[in-house]
Ligand binder design. Structure first.
Ligand code: KIV
Length: 293
């Protein structure tokens, strides 16, 4: 009997950090204890399993997938169907971290009823723990109604990418006293509406500190300095896969873009020169040994 060629199955190592699943209560308790919350984006089961095993507390299935994965100019193109699909496969690869799925543009702005239905369906169909939506005073009714329906909500203030055109591009928010006061008031209103945490994006350190001190739910910063209760980065950016993107706030912890180019370039060279595959990569006729990789 000849062995079948190997099937290409993905190895999901699962949460190496051990312990039970992180909850919204754990995240709140981390703020009280002064422990930093570590958050990162993931869009699929393989990367989710890797970042989960590395011990992150929160995985965000960001609508940034529209630009990072799909090459769109902004996050505006993301759909509920996409977020649901990617949310589901991220949850499949996650053992310990708390998973939050972004609500895409127009899925919560049109009416409170639609917002609740979309948030509920995202939670129901992905198995995630919460949804995130962008905005302050304008989204309070939607936040209240979604929370009332039993869906935990994460807020998002400062630079809100779904409003990139209204904000005049990727601009730092909260630069003057009036803008900082508004951020503080919006954060307090979001807390009152029931959010369990708020992402603070692209704002001066002092603005993020003022918001963080003003509310009792944890803030998670990106481009908001070191004084938030936690940090979040887009995985592909910090791994150096998204090489064209290098804002000041970003720290790259690897150069995987270069590593991929190098590995694929060497593979291409070896195939063209007849060096790969060689005899050691072939199968014997009549053998019965399996090869699952
Ligand atoms: O979509 C996303 O990845 C985000 C993060 C930048 C916070 O919202």
């Amino acid at each position: 009997m000849t062995s079948d060629p190997p099937t290409r199955t993905m190895s999901v190592p699962g949460g190496g950090s051990g312990g039970r699943k992180v909850t919204t209560f754990d995240l709140g308790a981390m703020k009280s204890r002064g422990e930093k919350i570590v958050a990162i984006t993931a869009y699929d089961a393989l990367f989710a399993s890797l970042v989960d095993a590395a011990g992150v507390d929160l995985i965000l299935v960001g609508d940034s997938l529209a630009s990072v994965l799909c090459g769109e100019e902004s996050t505006l193109a993301a759909t509920v169907e996409q977020m649901t699909y990617h949310g589901r496969i991220v949850v499949r690869g996650t053992s310990r971290a708390f998973v939050v799925v972004d609500m895409p543009f127009l899925s919560y702005q049109v009416s409170v009823e639609e917002a609740v239905r979309n948030a509920g369906n995202i939670l129901k169909q992905t198995g995630a723990g919460a949804v995130k939506l962008e905005g302050g005073f304008d989204v309070l009714d939607a936040v209240r109604a979604i929370v009332r329906a039993g869906v935990p909500v994460m807020g998002h203030l400062g630079f809100t990418p779904q409003s990139v055109h209204a904000l005049g591009g990727h601009r730092i928010q909260g630069r003057d006293e009036e803008a900082v006061s508004r951020l503080v008031e919006e954060a307090a209103a979001l807390e009152e509406a029931g959010v369990f945490s708020i992402v603070l994006e692209l704002m001066p350190t002092v603005a993020a500190r003022r918001v963080t001190e003003a509310i009792s739910v944890p803030t998670v910063g990106i481009g908001a300095g070191p004084e938030c209760d936690g940090q979040v980065l887009v995985l592909h950016d910090m791994l150096g896969l998204n090489e064209g993107f290098s804002p000041r706030f970003l720290k790259r912890y690897a150069e995987l873009g270069a590593a991929v180019r190098d590995a694929v370039g060497r593979y291409a060279g070896e195939v063209r020169e007849g060096l790969y595959p060689d005899a050691s990569h072939g199968y014997e006729a009549g053998g019965s040994d399996g090869d699952g990789g």
